[in-house]
Write a protein that binds this ligand. Structure first.
Ligand code: AMP
Length: 399
């Protein structure tokens, strides 16, 4: 891919318009988890240390195109000010004459954080015309001499601050964070070192179908866990009791099993499960092989499946993981997810963790630092694994 990275830019004396992902959890006006802000620091510091000034853009929450101060970026700007040795100012708005004046006064080494870009419906382009969205993007673009995108979490969205602005700025580049995501997700999926094992879990098959089908052409083995496994069970005629099922996807699940067989891909389903008599951490539980009786539901993979999956992972050279193996939020049903997690950490493989819940599980298990790459984007990493082109990345490569 022909794409500039931040290091290709000469930022000396330039105003750098940078899209970051400061969509952080906020409670009582204070940032709860600053991981995303910290993740953007290398790009931010690079610009400041090389004589540039910064105009930062981000969204936070879902203000739905209206100025709603419940979603102000003030907590994020305050946290950023604590993390960098630079003057950080929050603009009172996203665009407009007052903001423009603040941008023009910005000196090298200073940061101006624009308000939440989603205060304007033009950001997402919902409920406005294409011309209105374009005008919004053009005004944002006028705030920078060069543009850097470091917001992988929104790279699957063709929003004004991700795509629209690139039309009006000559030099557009990927920041360090975005570059790392492309490096791992892109290059690994393009040319994985074999054996390549994918672990796919989570609640629903519908959200992961495209991932499974895309990976089927690249993987040696696909290990299925989580609620989605039981739609596959149903397709095979195995009784599932009260386990999660998507009735309208049973046929599709059957098709996928057939496809895997035809392609010679090992598609593994749980051989045993932890079943419970209620969806509760206090429920009675037992290990169940084969048919699941009425009144019981599978909430985690069982010990034999853990051994089987960990064995597959141990021999892998590349592992991609998206979605937990069970209801890991409840202690009695967390073992499958954490055991697989530890096996991935221990394995001698390039390991890529994508997707909100698997990232949460990896962080909770304390082995995140042993993974090659923990993706910062849930939806974006999923679309990458589906083999889709992400508009926020394509926009940088087109120049
Ligand atoms: P997803 O967002 O599709 O990756 O799904 C993640 C959610 O799936 C987590 O909240 C898990 O608790 C849930 N989950 C995993 N396994 C099961 C299961 N066997 N039954 C019901 N929910 C599950």
């Amino acid at each position: 891919m022909n794409k500039l990275t931040i290091k290709d830019l000469d930022v000396q004396g330039k105003r750098v318009l940078m899209r970051v992902d400061f969509n952080v959890p906020v409670k009582d006006g204070v940032v709860g988890d600053d991981t995303r802000i910290v993740a953007a620091l290398p790009s931010i510091k690079y610009v400041l240390e090389n004589g540039g000034s910064l105009v930062l853009m981000s969204h936070c929450g879902r203000p739905k195109g209206e100025k709603n101060m419940e979603y102000t970026l003030k907590p994020a700007a305050d946290r950023l000010a604590e993390l960098v040795d630079a003057k950080v100012t929050l603009a009172p708005d996203v665009i407009g004459p007052e903001v423009k004046a603040m941008v023009e006064e910005l000196k090298a080494g200073e940061i101006l954080v624009l308000e939440n870009v989603r205060f304007y419906k033009e950001e997402e382009g919902k409920g406005c015309t294409a011309e209105e969205q374009d005008a919004f993007a053009k005004e944002l673009a006028s705030f920078g001499d060069v543009y850097v995108s470091d917001a992988f979490g929104t790279a699957h969205r063709a929003h004004a601050s991700m795509v629209g602005v690139t039309k009006y700025i000559d030099q557009c580049a990927a920041g360090f964070l975005l570059e790392k995501e492309i490096e791992y997700l892109g290059k690994t999926l393009e040319a994985p070192e074999k054996p390549f094992v994918a672990i796919i879990g989570g609640a629903k098959i519908s959200g992961k179908i495209d991932v499974v089908t895309n990976l089927m052409d690249k993987c040696d083995a696909i290990l299925i866990g989580g609620g989605m496994a039981y739609t596959f069970y149903k397709a095979q005629g195995i009784a599932i009791g009260g386990s999660l099922v998507e009735e309208d996807k049973v046929e599709l699940a059957g098709e996928i099993l057939k496809q895997a067989e035809a392609k010679g891909v090992k598609l593994l389903l749980p051989v045993d499960n932890i079943v419970a008599d209620a969806f509760s951490a206090e429920a009675n539980t037992k290990v169940q092989e084969g048919d699941i009786e009425d009144g019981w539901m599978a909430l985690d993979i069982g010990p034999k499946t853990i051994a089987l999956y960990c064995n597959e992972v141990a021999g892998a050279k590349t592992v991609v993981w998206n979605g937990p193996m069970g209801c890991f939020e409840m202690a009695p049903f967390a073992k499958g997810t954490f055991s697989v997690c530890e096996a991935v950490a221990k394995s001698d493989s390039i390991s890529i963790i994508g997707g909100g819940d698997s990232v949460a599980a990896v962080n909770k298990s304390g082995v995140a630092d042993q993974m090659s790459h923990v993706s910062t984007g849930g939806g974006a990493s999923l679309e990458f694994m589906e083999g889709k082109q992400l508009p926020g990345i394509v926009a940088l490569t087109e120049k």
